[in-house]
Design a protein around this ligand. Structure first.
Ligand SMILES: Cc1ncc(COP(=O)(O)O)c(C=O)c1O
Ligand SMILES: [Zn+2]
Length: 425
């Protein structure tokens, strides 16, 4: 691996990977998150646009020289990443932008973007010969961890709020994790998990704490750049809770810029729920010096971004600032409405947090904040089947009929859909 060091996002102290496990001891867990820094010259000897064009792995492992792995030994067969980047021309026209792309991560093995990070964490735990891996999660990080550890010797222990959607909890149980459903918020589950992990010496995959997660989360950006033929988009829009996914998106483009694969970093736009917006607030107060952290009680229908004490707030604020980006907030009504709106117009079914990114795109369009020349990528970070009850709050009901033609005829008539071509079969 071509890792040079781990560097503190706040004080820039440099650590060898075997020197610290999680965060900068001087700055503590919130401010002392670590960046993985690479030797780009060595990477360039092992990775080029040409070598990628020949690469057969259709997964995050196509970017192996850019990932902090000791070897290929623990790579599993599940296909993680290299998800589709769909272009929608009619929708682009409707919102007055040149090109609109949806990066659909709902097709990952456990149906969310988090598989990219869990894949790295599971490998790191094995490289370090750990026996138990744990995390706190709103649901997706946990289900991805449980799913990707399932085929290993690792035992998985999960802490998540009791209120997490049923599908996410079911995933955990199906994959065989030990699940602690916490009577409290995600923020409380996070602190409890940190305490328990320290007590028992378990390897901790909780967001932000573990420096390798952002390296997995950056692979979405690597793919976007490669899928667009190394012509970066103008804007990338992503939903934000802890701030790790958005930090990963920046880091991916940053690495590619260092390698000379791209010429600039796109504007990165974070979308937060109105009821859970501490990173947006910190960003708006940020003057280039210290990030001011003000936590809150989070409340939103988008469970995955219902985060009041974001753990990657410092990175997210600094990175989005470096990417000339910004944050916007969307309401729960906008998030719920975005689920069927996106599904109707693209065929992509997103869970509420992922739909928040699309709601952010629509809102920017409605406010006239998109440019006619813009090429925009909206990140869909989780599959809609993760939380069907939220989706049902935004849809109508089916037509309930008796098992006979008369009732169907009546409704077909009401709906005015009796226009099918009955001939020519
Ligand atoms: C579907 C989905 N979208 C977006 C996010 C936001 O990621 P982060 O908490 O790293 O900001 C998450 C995190 O759980 C998620 O599961
Ligand atoms: Zn530090």
């Amino acid at each position: 691996m071509f890792v040079r060091d781990l560097s503190c996002i706040s004080c820039q102290a440099s650590y060898r990977p075997d020197e610290v496990e999680y965060t900068c001891p001087k700055c503590g867990p919130r401010r002392g998150t670590l960046e993985v820094r690479y030797d780009y010259e060595k990477i360039a000897e092992n990775l080029s646009k040409e070598s990628l064009a020949q690469e057969r792995a259709c997964s995050i492992w196509r970017y192996l020289p850019l990932l902090p792995l000791e070897s290929r030994h623990y790579i599993q067969p599940l296909k993680i990443g290299y998800t589709p980047l769909y272009r929608f021309e009619r929708l682009a026209g409707e919102y007055g932008v040149r090109e609109l792309y949806i990066k659909d991560d709902g097709g990952n093995p456990t149906a969310s973007y988090k598989d990219r990070a869990s894949a790295l964490a599971v490998i790191k735990a094995q490289e370090k010969h750990r026996k138990v891996i744990t995390c706190a999660s709103t649901g997706n990080a946990a289900s991805s961890l449980a799913g990707l550890a399932a085929n290993t010797e690792l035992k998985t222990v999960i802490f998540l709020p009791q209120s997490a959607p049923e599908a996410k909890i079911t995933q955990l149980l199906v994959y065989g994790a030990q699940v602690f459903a916490v009577e409290g918020s995600y923020d409380q589950a996070y602190d409890l998990c940190s305490q328990v992990a320290a007590q028992y010496g378990w390897y901790n995959r909780s967001a932000a704490l573990n420096p390798y997660l952002v390296e997995g989360k950056k692979t979405g950006a690597l793919e976007i750049a490669e899928q667009l033929g190394w012509e970066i988009p103008d804007k990338v829009i992503v939903a934000v809770g802890d701030g790790s996914v958005i930090s990963g998106i920046y880091k991916g483009f940053y690495d590619l810029l260092q390698l000379g694969f791209i010429e600039a970093i796109p504007q990165i736009i974070g979308v937060q729920a109105q009821g859970a917006g501490p990173i947006k607030r910190a960003f708006e107060r940020y003057d280039g010096n210290k990030v001011v952290i003000e936590d809150q009680q989070a409340s939103t229908v988008a469970d995955s971004i219902s985060v009041g004490m974001p753990r990657d707030i410092v990175k997210a604020v600094k990175y989005v600032s470096a990417a000339q980006g910004f944050f916007i907030a969307v309401s729960d009504e906008q998030i719920l409405a975005a689920i069927p709106a996106l599904a109707h117009s693209t065929g992509v079914f997103a869970e509420p947090a992922a739909a928040a990114a699309y709601a952010g795109f629509c809102s920017l369009g409605e406010q006239g904040r998109l440019d006619r020349q813009d090429r925009v990528v909206v990140m869909i970070t989780g599959n809609g089947l993760k939380d069907v009850s939220a989706a049902r709050r935004a849809t109508g009901e089916p037509h309930l009929v008796g098992a006979n033609m008369d009732e169907v005829d009546r409704i077909v008539d009401q709906l005015g859909i009796a226009t099918g071509d009955l001939g020519g079969r």
